[in-house]
Design a binder for this molecule. Sequence first.
Ligand code: Q46
Ligand code: ZN
Ligand code: ZN
Length: 319
Amino acid sequence: MKCMKCNERAVIRMRQHRLALCKDHYIEWFVQQTQRFIEKYHMFTRDEKVLVAVSGGKDSLALWDVLWQLGYHAEGLYINLGIDEGLHYSNESERLAREFAEQRGLVLHVINVEQAHGETVPEIARRTRRGRDKPCAVCGLIKRHDMNQAALELGFNVLATAHNLDDEVAFLFGNVFHWNLEQMRRQAPILPESPGFARKVKPFCRFSERETAAYSLVRGIAYIEDECPFAEGSKQLLYKDLLNRLEEVEPGAKLRFYLGFIEARDSGQLVLPREEEVPLELHPCPRCGQPTTSPGLCAYCRLFERESLEASETQRPSG
Ligand code: Q46
Ligand code: ZN
Ligand code: ZN
């Protein structure tokens, strides 16, 4: 298989784009496409500072690498969740994120949940009803809160995450499957900033997982290959598997499903409940200052109020 631009040996063939590229042309294509998506969805400009949420995995390090190559002011944020489970998952991913930043002379901000709260994420989760069996809901709440707070405190109005097409399509599929209209309203390549919330952008939302993995590989990025041990058996992985099987018989199906949804919603063909129709009365949490809908402390702060834990289970999370 030959590169369609220079006839060298191709390292990747993308059936949905009818394209095969060599290493150098793939890197060039991937970086240019990211720039195109940033501009198309008006994610950020060159004057804005971007905080990249870095997990130590292939997608987030690839995103930081691309933004660095494109010359954006991008700093990293790593949250050590204290997940070990015999794999030293968090410490190993922190080491790789630090190594990546050092090699490129980039700034990495690190939050350590255990140092901040005296407990790891799995320990905090075990104290709650919804986190007793699986820490993901609690983990998600902590990550969303800490990322938003760090962005605001560090003076970034843009927070970039490396969600790829497979993540977005699996999430959309789950939301359609369960008719979760509220989540569907909020699913987008960009969520504009609002008082107390940084702008959230997903520059990789149109790249498949295979494409981001190939980029990390050809760029020689060392990333954590293990998945978080708690991801095993998740619905997201099941949906990804189903959608990959569909993609095999219908190349481009995932991208069409995602783009079709975004277009139908943004053009008004698909009408989802709007913010005005679902009024959210936000006020600052008296402890952390982040916007919350609950009358007292936000859901995050209530995680650390052991005596009122049960009450916290019924409130909606902030962030
Ligand atoms: S890190 Fe946290 Fe994920 Fe691990 S505990 Fe679950 S939510 S699976 S993206
Ligand atoms: Zn080539
Ligand atoms: Zn709070």
